[in-house]
Design a protein around this ligand. Structure first.
Ligand SMILES: Nc1ncnc2c1ncn2[C@@H]1O[C@H](COP(=O)(O)OP(=O)(O)O)[C@@H](O)[C@H]1O
Ligand SMILES: CC(C)(COP(=O)(O)O)[C@@H](O)C(=O)NCCC(=O)O
Length: 578
């Protein structure tokens, strides 16, 4: 029997990665082909290929901590994103797939991605991608750039004919400052090592915080004046107006710590976090201004994940730029601040592939996007669609397409296959006793397909059956859902195994029996023998699925894999699983 490479029918394409010192950023395009429907949240993107036909879909964004790179690998594998780079259309799944990657990790982790996912990185220069990403956003996405001053966020209309030159300041682990003169025309003119990594690193040491979010939350409740030495502290409460310093201006960040005679423990971590955030933001704002001054640049765009849309950070940077430039220069921020590099890498597919991201045009939706990280684009005139995101794990957005089953079984050839209740009793790579023929070990079987595509298929509320094997795929998707429900509370592999064994002891209904989950999916058995044959096959295929599910739902150390267990709560085909 021939197995097609079903993964290449994937509706996700153009995965691009930016692997930075602290975070890995992913951007990928998800289309639902030609049969799009208007979605509720209506966020979409349209990519035109050379032939003029249109792929409609949506840009998806995700980020992971670089130190937890295994989570990222798992996310890519799980969502089958690694088969969405530059594919060799006539090739097989084993052919090398190239994926655009930038950031230092594109070098550092190239071997790891090759070994774990079979991906070869097509490396793009980091500065080039930052500029490409910023230009792409500024020219393509409406309401991308905004100013933030005195608590007021104001979107900036970008005049495409008057965009350059500008200063791009990317605040990642470290800070890069790039003078941008046009598409692909830029120069890195400065940088500073006092960046987001400094804030997070010092913050962790000083406050014992475990994460960036915790540190931000702390800083939110702090008061920098407790530790920062103000002009007024030095000048006895008065301004130093002769040189333009008010009494409340910071004279020396953390300066009070010398005179207070206190130890670190005597300060509230909130106040330490606040001073630190202020110090780093202020310093970056000032260096950015000085560099803008060097080249007479009036517009400064700030990006990088350090900003995180945080009002206090943006306000501090804006005030620094405003103060030092005496209102001449403007600090502007970008909605997709953290994804500049990844978007630049994404846009660079344009150079090598038929999909032309230059054809992306803004599409003005009348409703708000559901989440900040979903963006809407459209080609002139053409209305597009489509998907909605489902935020399963905070920070990481998982996509969902249309409402039809996306992945079909590749087992379309029925010749020589025994059937029961209209279901082909497909071969299994199984040693479990039962009526299934034994499949070659290096072949994909229906259980592989069901597990691989479960995450995508479980979202769908209806299906178009393309072959009898699809019915088995549906049954197995349902069964995986049942099994995950049983695993939901099982915190170790041992407990999970026990739950699965118990599930295996339960009666297995066949078509015609009240408990069979999909009445009408399979024809009724014509004899007791046919019913028994089907029951035995289902028993065998369920057991085999259970075993393989355990090995993906739990990690090697026996702890649960959140990516899988998060799906226990899903209802497949509106069937409530108990
Ligand atoms: N969830 C997070 N985990 C760690 N750092 C974060 C997070 N969110 C924002 N940051 C901040 O963003 C910085 C990383 O920004 P990013 O643009 O991704 O840089 P890099 O490319 O060096 O990873 C961190 O140093 C930290 O200050
Ligand atoms: C080396 C880097 C370009 C790496 O980018 P990152 O991962 O920090 O986003 C950046 O950290 C940087 O510009 N550091 C500042 C080096 C300096 O100019 O002093």
């Amino acid at each position: 029997m021939e197995t097609q490479d079903f993964r290449f029918s994937s509706q996700i394409s153009h995965l691009a990665l930016d692997i930075g010192g602290t975070l890995i950023k992913l951007v990928y395009f998800s289309s639902n082909g030609d049969h799009c429907e208007e979605s509720r949240d209506g966020t979409s993107i349209v990519v035109r290929n050379n032939g003029g036909s249109v792929l409609q879909g949506k840009l998806c964004f995700a980020k992971f901590e670089t130190r937890k790179i295994d989570d990222c690998l798992e996310f890519i594998r799980f969502n089958i994103l690694h088969h969405s780079g530059d594919q060799h259309q006539n090739g097989t799944a084993c052919d090398k797939l190239t994926v655009k990657a930038t950031g230092g990790g594109a070098f550092k982790f190239a071997d790891l991605f090759k070994e774990k996912l079979g991906i070869v990185f097509d490396k793009e220069d980091e500065m080039h991608c930052l500029v490409g990403g910023a230009n792409f956003l500024l020219k393509t996405v409406p309401r991308e750039a905004f100013t933030y001053l005195d608590g007021q966020k104001e979107f900036v209309e970008i005049d495409h004919n008057d965009l350059y030159p500008y200063l791009l300041v990317n605040i990642g682990s470290g800070v890069s400052m790039i003078k941008v003169d046009g598409d692909g025309e830029y120069e890195r003119i400065s940088g500073t090592s006092l960046g987001g990594g400094t804030f997070l690193g010092l913050g962790k040491l000083l406050t014992k915080c475990k994460s960036f979010d915790e540190l931000l939350e702390l800083s939110h409740h702090g008061n920098n004046r407790v530790i920062d030495m103000l002009v007024g502290d030095i000048y006895g409460g008065t301004d130093y107006s002769k040189i333009g310093l008010s009494s409340t201006a910071i004279a020396s960040s953390f300066g009070k710590a010398i005179s207070d005679g206190k130890e670190l423990e005597d300060y509230q971590p909130e106040d330490v976090a606040r001073s630190l955030l202020r110090m780093i933001s202020n310093n970056i704002g000032q260096i950015a201004y000085l560099n803008a001054l060097r080249f007479d640049l009036k517009r400064i765009f700030f990006g990088g994940f350090f900003i995180r849309g945080l009002e206090y950070t943006m306000d501090t940077i804006s005030v620094a730029v405003h103060f030092w430039s005496r209102g001449e220069a403007k600090a502007m921020f970008l909605t997709h601040e953290g994804f500049l590099g990844a978007l630049g890498a994404f846009a660079s597919y344009n150079k090598t592939q038929s999909h032309d991201t230059n054809d992306l045009k803004p599409h003005h939706h009348h409703h708000h996007t559901v989440q900040q990280r979903e963006e809407t684009f459209n080609c002139s005139g053409e209305i597009s669609v489509l998907t909605s995101f489902d935020s399963i794990v905070p920070d990481q957005l998982v996509f969902q397409i249309g409402n039809k089953m996306v992945y079909h079984s590749s087992f379309v050839e029925e010749e020589g296959i025994t059937k029961a209740c209209g279901c082909p009793l497909l071969p299994l790579k199984s040693h479990i006793k039962g009526p299934a023929p034994v499949s070659e070990q290096d072949r994909t079987d229906i259980v592989d397909e069901a597990i691989t595509f479960f995450r995508a298929n479980v979202f769908f509320t209806n299906f178009d059956i393309k072959s009898p094997a699809d019915k088995l795929l549906i049954y197995l998707t349902f069964y995986i859902n049942v099994a995950l429900k049983r695993l939901e509370g099982c915190r170790t592999l041992a407990v999970g195994t026990k739950a699965i064994i118990n599930l295996g002891l339960e009666d297995i209904p066949v078509p015609g029996e009240a408990e069979f989950p999909f009445p009408g999916l399979f024809p009724l058995p014509q004899s007791n023998e046919e019913a028994d044959l089907f029951r035995n096959y289902l028993k065998q295929v369920r057991e085999e699925t259970s075993g393989r599910l355990l090995s993906v739902a739990y990690r090697a150390n026996g702890t649960p894999n959140k990516w899988w267990l998060a799906f226990a709560k899903r209802k497949f085909m509106n069937v409530v699983v108990l």
